[in-house]
Design a protein around this ligand. Structure first.
Ligand code: PLP
Length: 406
């Protein structure tokens, strides 16, 4: 769709945007603009700039409109700050408030390890026991993905004991795209708070965070958002919490109201909305590439249009991989239940597979299996719709066929 806007590794098919998106061509210029401002203005760069936005003080605001369009939120409901796991902890401080019998958390079994670490450490921080207070919903025996009804039933069953539903948008391992609207509705109907980890969903599938009514969401900017290695993360806080100054939070001066932050008072008055969860000075140089990458989503026609293209690519990939003997696609066949990524189970121990595929011209990622408990491994292939081509999908499968000899 916008392939010419990206630097892609030479002579390779790049299907690894689920791990690190490629560099937008305009990123270096955006970074250089801020480097020039630093060079020529020094500290005055905080207040003065070339564009209408002025200096770096409100730098995060330059990203909020585009980000809001990508996740289906109002600009005030989103911001860029910190990193995914840090933001998850910060939002758990605000939205996981166990009291009395309402103290349990529901999440998917086999969640990304950082989410498991965050949730388990938060439970322990509150003096709770993960063995009894963490409910992990699993696939049914013999299945790889989780059925929506089982998630909704677990939420209903936990009922008044449930403090929080933390769910992933697109599962990092299986590629399953969950019914987030139904999960948010179910969680809120029993009086629990609802948060989403959208690391593999943002910029990949259409999201309607505001309308779905989730309390909060977190994501990283280095996968489908193409913000660069270790780019600062994003967060969403629903508008109903925007001006709740009583909400407990771990505060820092960058979350204080911008208009009187520099009066340097002891009293903390949070900025309205998601920006009130910022903590430290905005990392201008880390965020600058996002000024190049985020506008590309609107330029491509928005997430609905991007999704149409994505389905063409991944449906083709699914059909071709399904013809290869000896491999199992873990990702659902139903296009509504997946994003760009397909996760493919390859039997046997193949520690060199990623390198072999790269040498043959295909960049993907490979992990030894940790969920199914087998000797095999998982290949993840994600034709990201902003830059992948149908022909590449076809050539990628030819390379798989040759390297795997299937
Ligand atoms: C689903 C998911 N959650 C959390 C993380 C951790 O993100 P970070 O290292 O930016 O905190 C990742 C990283 O890839 C992820 O895929």
């Amino acid at each position: 769709m916008l392939r010419n806007h990206f630097h892609l590794p030479a002579a390779k098919i790049y299907l690894c945007g689920n791990s690190l998106g490629p560099q937008p061509k305009a990123a270096a210029a955006e970074l250089e603009k801020e480097m020039a401002s630093w060079r020529t203005r020094g500290v005055e760069g905080w207040w003065e700039g070339d564009g209408p936005e002025g200096g770096w003080l409100g730098f995060h605001r330059r990203l909020e409109d585009d980000l809001a369009g990508i996740v289906g939120a109002a600009p005030q409901e989103v911001t860029v700050a910190n990193a995914l796991t840090v933001n998850l902890h910060l939002l758990l401080v605000s939205f996981f408030r166990p009291t009395g019998q309402r103290r349990k958390i529901i999440m998917e079994a086999g969640a990304f390890p950082s989410d498991q670490h965050a949730i388990i450490s938060q439970l322990k921080f509150h003096g709770l026991d993960p063995a009894t207070d963490l409910i992990e919903v699993k696939p049914r025996p013999g299945e790889h993905t989780i059925i929506t009804e089982d998630i909704l039933e677990a939420i209903q069953e936990a009922g008044e004991e449930l403090a929080l539903v933390l769910w992933t948008g697109v599962h990092y391992y299986t590629g399953q795209f969950f019914d987030l609207a139904a999960i948010a509705r179910a969680g809120r109907s029993v009086g629990a708070k609802v948060g989403f980890d959208l690391a593999h969903a943002v910029g990949n599938v259409p999201l309607q965070l505001h309308d779905w009514g989730a309390d909060f969401a977190v994501w990283c900017s280095y996968k489908y958002l193409n913000g660069g290695p270790g780019a600062p993360g994003g967060l969403f806080v629903h508008e109903r919490h925007a001006s709740d100054e009583e909400l407990p939070r771990f505060a820092g001066w960058w979350g204080h109201r911008e208009r009187d932050r520099f009066l340097m008072r002891r009293e903390f008055r949070p900025e309205q909305g998601a920006a009130g969860w910022q903590i430290s000075t905005v990392p201008v140089l880390g965020m600058a590439p996002l000024l190049a990458s985020l506008p590309l989503f609107a330029k491509a026609g928005g997430m609905t249009k991007i999704r149409e293209r994505s389905l063409q690519l991944t449906n083709r990939l699914y059909a071709l991989v399904a013809q290869l003997d000896g491999l199992t696609i873990l990702t659902p066949r139903d296009e509504k239940a997946r994003g760009a990524q397909l996760s493919i189970y390859v039997p046997g121990h193949r520690p060199d597979l990623e390198h072999q595929l790269s040498a043959a011209g295909l960049v993907v990622d490979y992990r030894q299996d940790n969920l199914l408990g087998t000797e095999g491994g998982i290949l993840r292939l994600a034709p990201a719709p902003l830059y992948a081509e149908l022909e590449e999908v076809e050539n990628a499968v030819a390379i798989l066929r040759q390297v795997l000899a299937v």
